[in-house]
Design a protein around this ligand. Structure first.
Ligand code: HEM
Length: 283
């Protein structure tokens, strides 16, 4: 999840990797009727419909297979899985554009995936506050320590995703100038926090095809980001400011992963001991 490994950031100065594409190159997808270029309305509409269909399928899977008849939690979990999978896909697309520079002409897809993902996460957060916390926002913050309350990882990530969503337009890019890139680099911290959030909030709910898809796409995104981070900073002998930030995010992620795992094991063990004593008392 580190910083500075984005093809757009390094090679073409901003979110315009089109500069990487050899002149005269015609994207093969332009043969498809609704596709002219990723900036066109037909493409945008088809993308929105696909993102909506993905959300509907994730919710339907929860509603009809995992939680039959429970609308509220199906919406909460379906939106969480759809949103996080799309955000991971967005980050993985950065690595794809760098591995195969000709595909960078489709760079706008990365932004669309990110915005669609953040929108579905907004639905997840609203459903969680309404139905998991009964509209009681202070209850979300019953304890601020993310190791004991992994929802805090989610809150930190959500704040960043909202800022990124609000500044994702071409207009905001022009207005913010070089600050735009700085703001959008926070995505790597948000992504690390999202992973910690879903790994420790309800990991047992990820043991099904929808959860495996999320874990697969997230694994690909992390691998791609780490690979390009190392490929970018190693030739510069780790002497760029982005290197430090990148390593800080890796240290944050690994240390919180270890601390949260230790805490989870302690809680699980205490729970096992408590239920064992209860069974012995009843005998
Ligand atoms: C204010 C912020 C957030 C709150 C209050 C929140 C709340 C919750 C709650 C209560 C659960 C457990 C649901 C259950 O299974 O019973 C959950 C799970 C989850 N959250 Fe969040 N969340 C927040 C932000 C995020 C963010 C930013 C992401 C990712 C980008 C995310 C992704 C997930 C995922 C993937 C799950 C696992 C879904 C499952 O249980 O199947 N959440 N969240």
């Amino acid at each position: 999840m580190p910083v500075d490994m984005d093809p757009a950031h390094h090679d073409s100065g901003g979110e315009t990797p089109d500069a990487r594409v050899p002149s005269g190159h015609t994207p093969p997808l332009s043969q498809i009727p609704w596709y002219r270029d990723t900036k066109s309305w037909p493409f945008f509409i088809v993308f929105c419909l696909a993102a909506l269909l993905f959300l509907a399928l994730e919710i339907a899977y929860q509603y009809y297979v995992l939680l039959p008849g429970i609308v509220t939690i199906s919406l909460l979990r379906g939106a969480a899985l759809a949103g996080t999978t799309l955000i991971s896909a967005s980050l993985f697309s950065s690595a794809i554009f760098k591995w195969w520079p000709k595909t960078a002409i489709h760079w706008r897809i990365r932004r669309y995936l990110g915005v669609a993902g953040a929108s579905w996460i907004t639905l997840h957060v609203i459903s969680a506050v309404l139905w998991q916390f009964n509209g009681n926002i202070p209850a979300v913050f019953y304890i601020f320590n993310p190791i004991k309350n992994p929802i805090i990882y989610g809150v930190a990530a959500f704040v960043i995703y909202v800022i990124m969503m609000l500044t994702s337009t071409d207009w905001a890019m022009r207005l913010l100038g070089r600050h735009w890139k700085t703001i959008h680099r926070f995505v790597y911290f948000a992504f690390a926090s999202s992973i910690l959030h879903f790994l420790f909030t309800a990991p047992q709910n990820l043991l099904n095809p929808a959860g495996y898809l999320l874990l697969l796409v997230t694994g690909l995104a992390v691998t791609g980001q780490l690979y390009w981070f190392m490929r970018t900073v190693a030739p510069k002998r780790f002497a760029t400011p982005g290197t430090l930030v990148g390593f800080l995010i890796i240290v944050y992620f690994v240390s919180m992963l270890v601390l949260s795992s230790i805490h989870k094991r302690q809680v699980d063990r205490a729970f096992e001991n408590a239920s064992r004593s209860e069974t012995q008392l009843m005998q």
